[in-house]
Ligand binder design. Structure first.
Ligand code: SF4
Length: 392
């Protein structure tokens, strides 16, 4: 993403020495899993990589792909390109109805500098090629690898790298995603990874629709189906294509883009209160880094949920913080809904043990339910009161 010039310095203040995230649909997709967290939104706006923010502390998490999986991914991508996309062509014919016998491909992942300038050049070239396809130019590439899709999002000009876009005659545009994990007996070996890949495809297609619309063509020519290309088994070949309907994922992408944080909201944050002092590069000791993160999360707010454990590098920290305060969200959103107006699990335990409720706890109905649950529990297990997370 590029930010308007007057905002670059304040966002640099907010990020400080913290590790920065790259520009990718993957990052956008990860952020989409928790749009209600103020801290994640601030990090997204400043392009701070939360997965690496707590390196060197006990709260560090491992989200990095293993070197083995990275190299397997590169090998599968190379397989797709091998011999003029020889394995991909029949898959495109069988799954998406491509009528071509040859694929005319263009790989924008090669030949451009790996920086903002490179992304800008690739976005310009993507736009140019898509406009050729829309004009019906038969010499235009019909597979575009490493396309960069640009969208104007409030004050941002955002540029996101997609895996590949395929165009068949019509024209009809499809999103293609190549993954190295195997599909065994028609199912992904890891449903979580499959869901993440589909979310990313939803973003490609939504951003592609924005581009097509901007070029003056009906965005409905962008199909709502995407193609996942993976090895059929644990080996690298044969490759197999799985067509997926992505209406739901496209709707999520649209809702996410509509709610992108506005960088102007963070222009006032001084460097001392940003992510820099929390990071390993900020020059502070571990405890002070964690104290700064504690203050930062109080300032921006958090919204812990189960998905944080697989999507955010702050998850262990936020979970421990909720544990210490006995916040009901530690137990999931169902418990939060069960305890309206009850500020903590400690308070819930007190109400269950017969503590007098406040007016709010009475009118929300939580006090009566907890009192009845507490009475029932005492009747059935008088010797062992319920254990409450965060309550000594
Ligand atoms: S782990 Fe914490 S900072 Fe990260 S998204 Fe969840 S609540 Fe927000």
């Amino acid at each position: 993403m590029t930010t308007p010039a007057p905002l670059q310095e304040p966002l640099a203040d907010l990020a400080g020495a913290a590790p920065r995230a790259g520009w990718s649909v993957r990052g956008l997709s990860k952020w989409s899993t928790n749009l209600q967290c103020g801290t994640a939104a601030a990090a997204f706006a400043a392009r701070v990589d939360l997965d690496r923010l707590l390196v060197g502390t006990d709260y560090q998490v491992e989200f990095e792909q293993s070197p083995f999986m990275r190299s397997r991914g590169q090998m599968v991508e190379a397989k797709v390109r091998e011999n003029g996309y020889a394995e991909l062509i029949p898959i495109l014919r069988e799954t998406l109805g491509f009528s071509t016998t040859e694929v005319s491909a263009r790989n924008l992942k090669q030949g451009y500098p790996p920086n903002d300038r490179g992304l800008l050049l690739r976005a310009t070239e993507t736009r140019h090629i898509i406009s050729e396809i829309l004009r019906g130019d038969l010499t235009a590439p019909n597979i575009l690898e490493g396309a960069v899709l640009e969208a104007h999002l409030g004050p941002y000009t955002a540029r996101f790298e997609a895996d590949a876009i395929g165009a068949r005659l019509g024209p009809v545009l499809h999103g293609l995603e190549v993954k190295s994990w195997p599909v065994v007996d028609g199912r992904a070996d890891d449903p979580g990874k499959a869901a993440e890949a589909l979310r990313q495809l939803g973003f490609y297609l939504f951003l592609l629709r924005l581009l097509v619309d901007d070029l003056g063509t009906d965005p409905d020519i962008v199909s709502s189906t995407g193609l996942l290309v993976t090895p059929r088994n644990v080996g690298l070949t044969p490759l197999v294509g799985s067509v997926r309907d992505l209406d739901r994922e496209i709707a999520i992408a649209q809702a996410t883009v509509d709610r992108l944080p506005d960088v102007r909201d963070y222009a006032h944050v001084p460097a001392s209160e940003g992510f820099g002092p929390v990071s390993a590069g900020g020059g502070l000791g571990v405890q002070e880094r964690l104290d700064r993160l504690d203050a930062l999360t109080d300032t921006f707010g958090t919204h812990y949920q189960t998905s944080c454990l697989t999507s955010c590098g702050n998850a262990k920290f936020c979970r421990a913080k909720l544990h210490a305060s006995g916040d009901p969200s530690l137990c999931g959103q169902a418990i939060v809904r069960f305890l309206p107006r009850v500020p903590s699990l400690r308070r819930a335990a007190d109400l269950g043990a017969g503590a007098p409720p406040t007016d709010e706890e009475t009118t929300s109905g939580a006090a009566e339910l907890l009192a009845r649950a507490g009475a029932l529990y005492t009747e059935r297990a008088p010797e062992s009161p319920p254990a409450v997370p965060g309550v000594a």
